[in-house]
Design a protein around this ligand. Structure first.
Ligand code: GDP
Ligand code: MG
Length: 687
């Protein structure tokens, strides 16, 4: 039978990287504790040995559901070899788990990882002595530099000779060892991991204690506790630590005392500087990606898809338009081809205005998203993101999220799609779902045109142009308030298993691996483009059809006769409260179009009022003349906070992992948006 081995270790010890090196598969690696949430299986290259990558754990007495997955696997599935990977630059914590694994009556291969940075940090480990004292085989490797891998594989392949099954240990005091042997003798013969079970019984771990309960055990345990003046759970833990310290002192030597990581953290985690530095880094990330790259490329990509003769650049501190020769663009070109081939007008328009324009609206974001992904990936792999999440963890835990939720919210001001995908690093399920659900509340850059449009048309005349920044500011402020409020309420009433474990350990800083970062950026970008090509393509086509056929399914160019307008009329009662009891099919239709891309809200209003792009939709043909400050606010709130665009909905579906979960998230967002918006609209109507 083929061998099966399990990769077990603390978070961030390099399990996934080693797994990838051993199998050649490409799992996500991050310098961010907890990236592996589920188990992953593969085959060690060139062998028939199966290997499973498990979530990081610190102990076999699990507290979280992720730890439970790992515990069950190693205890119940009984792999032939447990590959216990350890970050050799901080072995104390890791060995706590090792001492437990060695009680399972299974072969344990201890892999001391990160040998490449060991010497740099001034450490030396005497591997031979370490292996001898520990009582099992140890190898030293670097998963990153791929050193020592062959020796590791050799050990696994020839595990019968090279790794002994640990039968005894020198960890506990004589009286504890004595009790362990006694209990082991009395356990049923079908208990495989006898030593482990005996220790667990002594600790009164309910999984074993109640299953194998015998009265004499309890009296002996109590006798032991009285003799040692300590409860057995603490006794066992403290003896493990004493053993580990001794092992470390005898095998590890250290030269200089302050490591590079400690020096860097001295500044980056400084009480006063930490938050300002974080804000500056985020500002730079934002300026580079959304600001410069985004501002410089949106116009170009748009031209490639839709044609035109000038490109708009709106980079920070400058915005200008460059005249270029007439470019036809993909959409118009395809439309022309269709017309030339004898296709009808509607077919040409379906392709150009429906499919290509819809997909183009999303592809506009590709360059800036790649840069954003690149910068985030660099921050993530070098180890800075773990510091960020550490800084904000306590605050976010109060509203049911993790310090890691901050990143999606920041990225979300650019675009919800990468933001939602970025939430993947949150390992706790509840916190992950909450973050995914609340991220779209952040006003993304595509929602800005809506704010701009209402400011120019409604608020500037009301309050004077120079004060309108207040409106933009209040929308962002409102977003933050809504997120905090929604998080608080959801956490209070819906989250059953609250996560109370805080992020405590921080990984060492690493120089990011170019290969890994490149692959990471490409994977995420490709996922984004794929979505643009599928779900967004389909949805854009559907909306185009609704907009361009009448109720008898004849092609029509008169938007007022379109199916969408009819739908808008029949549902305008939904929007009436937020519009101050105004029944407007146009506003309803535009809000629906926001599902394709939020910019579409404004372009739809332009179409309906028959004004040029950038024209005043509130003058126009009068369709929107009814808007006042309150209804404008209400309508903005709804379009900003309701279900996000199809792209983001697709991302939500994927990240939450079920269609039902997706609907829950969308209904929650839309419901909350409707209530808030209607409250504002009705308030205005009553005044
Ligand atoms: P996991 O949580 O145990 O799955 O850990 P990962 O495989 O995600 O690795 C965590 C971090 O440690 C990543 O940034 C890796 O690049 C880094 N890392 C892993 N192995 C080594 C190594 O041998 N040397 C160095 N310098 N870094 C490593
Ligand atoms: Mg992992």
């Amino acid at each position: 039978m083929a061998k099966h081995c399990a990769l077990v270790g603390n978070q961030n010890s390099g399990k996934t990287l080693l797994f990838n090196v051993l199998t050649g598969l490409n799992q996500k690696v991050g310098n961010w504790p907890g990236v592996t949430v589920e188990r992953k299986d593969g085959m060690i290259r060139g062998t028939d040995i199966e290997i499973t990558d498990l979530p990081g754990i610190y102990s076999l007495s699990p507290y979280t559901s992720e730890e439970e997955i790992s515990r069950r696997f190693v205890v119940e599935q009984r792999p032939d070899v447990i590959i216990n990977i350890i970050d050799s630059t901080s072995i104390e914590r890791a060995l706590y788990l090792t001492t437990q694994l060695m009680e399972l009556n299974t072969k344990v291969l201890v892999v001391l990882n990160m040998e490449d940075i060991l010497a740099k940090k001034g450490y030396h480990i005497d591997i031979k002595k370490f292996s001898k004292l520990l009582g099992t085989t140890c190898v030293s490797i670097s998963a990153l530099k791929k050193t020592g891998i062959q020796e590791l594989i050799d050990c696994v392949v020839h595990s019968d000779e090279k790794i002994n099954t640990v039968k005894e240990s020198r960890i506990f005091s004589d009286s504890v060892e004595h009790l362990i042997s006694e209990i082991m003798l009395k356990l049923d013969s079908d208990v495989y991991e006898k030593r482990f079970a005996a220790v667990k019984i002594i600790e009164r771990d309910q999984r074993y204690y109640s299953r194998y309960y015998q009265e004499e055990f309890e009296s002996e345990i109590r006798a032991l506790e009285e003799r040692e003046h300590n409860d057995t759970e603490q006794l066992i833990a403290s003896q493990r630590y004493t053993y580990i310290e001794k092992l470390r002192d005898e095998t590890v030597t250290r030269k200089n005392s302050v490591s590079v990581t400690e020096k860097i953290d001295h500044i980056l985690l400084n009480k006063w500087l930490a938050i300002p530095i974080f804000l500056v880094i985020m500002l730079v990330v934002y300026l580079l990606s959304v600001g410069f790259v985004g501002g410089a490329t949106v116009g170009i990509v748009d031209m490639l898809f839709n044609g035109g003769n000038e490109i708009e650049f709106a980079i920070p501190f400058a915005s200008f338009t460059v005249e270029v020769g007439e470019v036809q663009g993909l959409g118009p070109w395809l439309a022309e081809c269709i017309t030339n081939a004898g296709g009808s007008d509607w077919a040409a328009s379906l392709v150009a205005d429906g499919a290509v324009a819809g997909v183009g609206a999303v592809c506009n974001f590709v360059p800036q998203i790649m840069i954003l992904f690149l910068l985030i990936s660099l921050l993530e792999t070098c180890g800075y993101m773990s510091r960020v999440t550490f800084l904000f963890d306590r605050a976010f835990k109060k509203i049911g999220m993790s310090g890691k939720s901050l990143i999606p919210f920041i990225v979300g001001t650019g675009c919800s799609v990468p933001a939602i995908m970025g939430a993947r690093t949150i390992e706790n399920r509840e916190e992950h779902q909450m973050t995914v659900t609340l991220t779209p509340f952040m006003p993304c850059s595509a929602k800005l045109p809506i704010i701009t449009c209402f400011i120019a048309g409604v608020f500037a005349p009301l309050m004077g142009k120079s004060n309108t920044w207040l409106i933009t500011f209040s929308m962002y402020l409102l977003a933050v308030l809504v997120i905090v409020l929604a998080g608080f309420l959801l956490n209070k009433f819906f989250v059953k298993n609250k996560n109370t474990s805080y992020i405590t350990e921080l990984p060492e800083y690493h120089v990011p691996s170019a290969e890994y970062v490149a692959r990471d950026v490409w994977d995420k970008t490709w996922a984004f483009i794929k979505r643009a090509g599928t779900i967004i393509f389909l949805c854009s086509v559907v909306v185009w059809v609704l907009l361009n056929v009448d109720y008898q399914f004849h092609f029509t160019e008169n938007i007022e006769e379109s199916l969408l307008a009819n739908i808008g009329r029949s549902i305008s009662w939904i929007f009436a409260p937020m519009l101050g009891m105004e029944f407007s099919w146009g506003a309803s239709v535009s809000a629906i179009q926001g599902l394709v891309a939020k910019e579409a809200v404004v372009s739809s209003m332009e179409v309906i009022t028959a004004v040029e792009e950038g024209g005043d939709v509130f003058a126009g043909n009068g369709s929107f003349a009814f808007f006042n400050g309150f209804s404008a606010m209400g309508y903005m709130i709804f379009t900003l906070f309701s279900a996000p665009c199809f792209g983001a909905i697709g991302a939500i579906r994927r990240e939450i992992g079920s269609t039902k979960g997706m609907w829950k998230a969308i209904l929650f967002e839309t419901g909350l948006a409707w209530v808030l918006a209607s409250a504002v609209g009705i308030w205005g109507a009553l005044l």
